[in-house]
Design a protein around this ligand. Structure first.
Ligand SMILES: *[C@@H]1O[C@H](CO)[C@@H](O)[C@H](O)[C@H]1NC(C)=O
Ligand SMILES: *[C@@H]1O[C@H](CO)[C@@H](O)[C@H](O)[C@H]1NC(C)=O
Ligand SMILES: *[C@@H]1O[C@H](CO)[C@@H](O)[C@H](O)[C@H]1NC(C)=O
Ligand SMILES: *[C@@H]1O[C@H](CO)[C@@H](O)[C@H](O)[C@H]1NC(C)=O
Ligand SMILES: *[C@@H]1O[C@H](CO)[C@@H](O)[C@H](O)[C@H]1NC(C)=O
Ligand SMILES: *[C@@H]1O[C@H](CO)[C@@H](O)[C@H](O)[C@H]1NC(C)=O
Ligand SMILES: *[C@@H]1O[C@H](CO)[C@@H](O)[C@H](O)[C@H]1NC(C)=O
Ligand SMILES: *[C@@H]1O[C@H](CO)[C@@H](O)[C@H](O)[C@H]1NC(C)=O
Ligand SMILES: *[C@@H]1O[C@H](CO)[C@@H](O)[C@H](O)[C@H]1NC(C)=O
Ligand SMILES: *[C@@H]1O[C@H](CO)[C@@H](O)[C@H](O)[C@H]1NC(C)=O
Ligand SMILES: *[C@@H]1O[C@H](CO)[C@@H](O)[C@H](O)[C@H]1NC(C)=O
Length: 326
């Protein structure tokens, strides 16, 4: 017997495509500030070139929903620690012969990780990024890596050898995780009644490439103590734009603690629950509000200490349906 949670999102908007966002084609004319908002596809025939002069917050905002770039990408001379602003990028179509690689990252003195969990790159150029390491899945996802002779690209290390990447499975005991997981390759699913060891399974998780679901559990609280990044990205086409953290159908759930989160890809809702037991706390509200509205029991919380954007309720209704299977 297991639970299958299915969510439906209804929007006023028509023509939904990627993660519930309308497809929007935009032209790149050389500067990110000139880019339209809510772009999903960027056309950049002369290349999308970033040289570090852009405030990364502007990049987070302008590239938040971009899944496709038609054009070659080059990021050089920046101090960005990750290219998280391309969290949702999946496809690069680089056919301009004046570029030798599809994606070039060079001279990025602070670059530690690429931080683009879903993109496929067939020609990746990496030179003079002295702090960069790549994960084992990146080593598979990026083919034809071209690098300078002095560029040793090392595999990222974690709590015990190589940084450990795991997939979580729907409706499984303890999110379907092995021990010592550090990166969740797609969504994290904490589902159902068999979560006796969930704290142990979540203790080292630093990154979730997809979203986080807490559904139909009997847990009273959940802590993901090391979690820093939630990319809210998916590897394939999906018309559902769920909240980045979606808590639904739990009988006794009161508290979520994610004390180290410092990046979530921008979303309409960074956190959403209608569970009657849940008590919104100000620290979670403050931590997650920069990345989207934080809503509990129909109310969007107000962040203190930082300015809150216009969070007036969007034209969104959510219906959660649960089907019990045998
Ligand atoms: C960086 O690119 C911008 C255009 O995006 C340009 O105005 C600026 O001069 C460039 N800076 C350097 C140091 O190349
Ligand atoms: C890019 O577009 C913006 C706004 O449309 C415009 O102000 C700017 O001059 C354009 N830049 C170039 C290099 O065409
Ligand atoms: C971009 O999307 C947000 C909601 O996701 C919406 O509030 C905003 O009006 C949109 N901007 C434009 C220019 O369409
Ligand atoms: C290719 O990129 C160069 C700039 O690097 C640009 O001048 C040229 O117009 C582009 N070619 C095409 C076919 O868009
Ligand atoms: C890539 O872009 C070119 C135009 O630059 C287009 O002709 C081609 O169909 C695109 N390829 C894919 C796979 O989208
Ligand atoms: C990287 O920096 C070096 C030295 O500062 C410079 O010679 C080189 O042209 C730069 N490469 C790129 C692609 O910016
Ligand atoms: C790169 O790694 C190889 C073996 O993995 C090693 O022999 C070489 O010394 C390294 N080069 C640098 C510059 O670290
Ligand atoms: C939790 O871990 C203990 C000891 O490792 C094991 O015996 C038990 O079956 C686990 N329970 C669940 C629900 O995974
Ligand atoms: C929820 O909490 C109540 C009161 O503490 C308890 O009686 C009940 O068994 C709990 N329900 C579940 C499903 O754990
Ligand atoms: C719930 O909170 C208690 C104490 O605050 C903690 O020991 C326990 O690990 C938490 N449970 C989960 C699943 O995070
Ligand atoms: C949820 O909202 C309703 C209506 O605003 C209110 O009556 C109820 O007390 C709230 N429940 C909780 C747990 O905050």
């Amino acid at each position: 017997m297991f639970w299958l949670g299915v969510t439906y999102a209804f929007f006023w908007l028509g023509g939904l495509s990627e993660a519930g966002k309308t497809t929007k084609d935009c032209q790149w004319n050389g500067t990110v500030s000139a880019l339209d908002t809510n772009c999903t596809n960027i056309n950049a025939p002369s290349g999308l070139i970033l040289n570090g002069t852009d405030d990364i917050k502007v990049l987070y905002k302008q590239f938040a929903h971009v899944t496709t770039v038609t054009g070659c990408i080059q990021i050089s001379g920046t101090t960005y620690a990750r290219f998280d602003f391309f969290a949702r990028l999946r496809t690069i179509n680089c056919s301009n012969s004046s570029f030798t690689v599809d994606f070039m990252a060079s001279n990025n003195s602070m670059l530690e990780r690429l931080g683009m969990p879903m993109v496929q790159i067939s020609r990746l150029g990496l030179t003079f990024n002295p702090k960069l390491c790549i994960t084992q899945s990146e080593a598979v996802r990026f083919t034809n890596v071209q690098r300078g002779q002095s560029d040793n690209i090392t595999i990222c290390q974690g709590v015990s050898g190589n940084l450990k990447e795991c997939s979580s499975t729907i409706n499984s005991a303890n999110a379907g995780l092995e021990d010592n997981c550090e990166i969740i390759t797609e969504n994290l699913y904490v589902d159902g009644v068999n979560n006796a060891n969930i704290s142990q399974k979540l203790q080292y998780i630093k990154e979730v490439n997809g979203r986080i679901y807490v559904r139909a559990t009997t847990l009273t609280n959940l802590t993901i103590p090391m979690l820093q990044k939630v990319y809210g990205a998916e590897s394939s086409y999906n018309t559902v734009n769920d909240a980045t953290i979606y808590v639904v159908g739990n009988s006794n759930f009161t508290t979520l603690d994610v004390p180290k989160v410092d990046f979530m890809a921008q979303n309409d809702y960074s956190f959403l629950t209608a569970d009657a037991s849940y008590k919104m706390d100000q620290s979670l509200c403050n931590r997650l509000s920069p990345f989207g509205s934080v809503q509990s029991n129909g109310t969007v919380c107000v962040s203190t200490g930082s300015k809150i954007g216009t969070t007036a309720s969007m034209a969104l209704g959510l219906l959660a349906c649960y089907f019990l299977y045998h």
